[in-house]
Design a protein around this ligand. Structure first.
Ligand SMILES: NC(=O)c1ccc[n+]([C@@H]2O[C@H](COP(=O)([O-])OP(=O)(O)OC[C@H]3O[C@@H](n4cnc5c(N)ncnc54)[C@H](OP(=O)(O)O)[C@@H]3O)[C@@H](O)[C@H]2O)c1
Length: 304
């Protein structure tokens, strides 16, 4: 995958190929909202499936063809894929507190959608998993996502599994700590990552409609250590950097404690965050949005 191949598909689309209809699941989320806007600016027809048209409207996403349904209900989603060429799903639990598990949503809800897609003769299914998800199946979230990927691979449909690095939306946590005056990092803070902006990742997801790749690993244009990310946040805020590095054994004990004494709905997101920030997570670099600019935007809205 290269930046050139993305460009090529864009140019091909401009030449007036058939207008394909895309069903997007997850349009109310961080990444999905960027995909909806990107598709809207391209030569694709768009249908969204959502449980919350109100939330879509609030995000400024105004799509005529809207299918309102709970993806967890096989009955409710019947017919949602009729007339669709490609399904893109970014559906998964991140911060939702619906009382559902990763298996209910990241696995089963996406499987319900895949079954509908097969029934309706959809050509391609694009699914957003996580970078290194297949190597982190001991984490609840990755197990659910990778179980779905197994079904997707055997579905007989054309497919693409997008494996992105962390999103800018998650790096806002580091900015928020810097704003409070102290950033807490596990280990040395020298673990590397190249987080990606939703708009850049949305372009990758949309370009995957035409690309033959069955898997795309992708991150943002800047590969940084967590120490560097924290320092950028402090620079933007205009504060002297204060970073507290917590020994890794503390992280291991916290994880053991949470797994023993809380349920997976509670510890799942913490387990994921505390694992991916403790290792190098580097993907091929892509995109134009810089993390510093994201922090500048957060800073402007704090000042404003
Ligand atoms: N954040 C990261 O750093 C990161 C990194 C790599 C991969 N990913 C993966 O990328 C995907 C998109 O992430 P994101 O940050 O855009 O997530 P997000 O903002 O939480 O959006 C998730 C979407 O899934 C939908 N959803 C959740 N539970 C649902 C349910 N029970 N029924 C129907 N829809 C449901 C949400 O709908 P509602 O608005 O109705 O809740 C929303 O549209 C996720 O699968 C995530 O695991 C995230």
């Amino acid at each position: 995958m290269s930046n050139n191949s993305f460009k090529l598909t864009r140019e091909r689309r401009g030449l007036g190929f058939d207008m394909k209809k895309v069903l997007l699941a997850g349009a109310t989320g961080y990444l999905g909202s960027y995909i909806a806007k990107t598709l809207d600016q391209n030569t694709y027809e768009l249908r969204v499936i959502t449980r919350s048209p109100k939330k879509l409207k609030k995000l400024g996403i105004d799509i005529g063809d809207m299918f309102q349904a709970e993806l967890t209900s096989t009955e409710a989603i019947k017919g949602c894929c009729n007339g669709i060429d490609t399904v893109i799903s970014t559906v998964g639990i991140t911060r939702q507190k619906d009382g559902l598990t990763y298996l209910d949503v990241d696995y089963q809800a996406n499987l319900n959608l895949l079954n509908e897609a097969r029934e309706a003769g959809v050509r391609k299914f694009i699914y957003v998993s996580v970078l290194n998800g297949e190597k982190m199946r001991h984490l609840k979230i990755c197990e659910a996502k990778e179980r779905f990927v197994e079904h997707l691979e055997k579905s007989g449909l054309e497919y693409c599994v997008i494996r992105p690095n962390g999103f800018f939306s998650d790096m806002s946590e580091i900015y928020a700590m810097a704003l409070k005056g102290n950033v807490y990092l596990f280990g040395s803070g020298e673990q590397k990552a190249n987080p990606i902006h939703g708009e850049d990742l949305a372009a990758v997801c949309v370009d995957a409609i035409e690309l033959p790749d069955q898997e795309i690993k992708v991150g943002g244009p800047d590969t940084l250590t967590y120490n560097e990310i924290a320092e950028i946040a402090f620079e933007v805020i205009g504060k002297k950097p204060k970073i507290t590095r917590i020994p890794d054994w503390v992280r291991v004990i916290i994880l053991k404690f949470l797994r023993t004494f809380t349920n997976s709905k509670f510890y799942g997101p913490i387990e994921f965050f505390m694992t991916v920030t403790a290792i190098d997570m580097v993907a091929p670099e892509y995109g134009t949005h810089r993390l510093r600019d994201h922090f500048e935007t957060l800073n402007q809205s704090d000042i404003g």
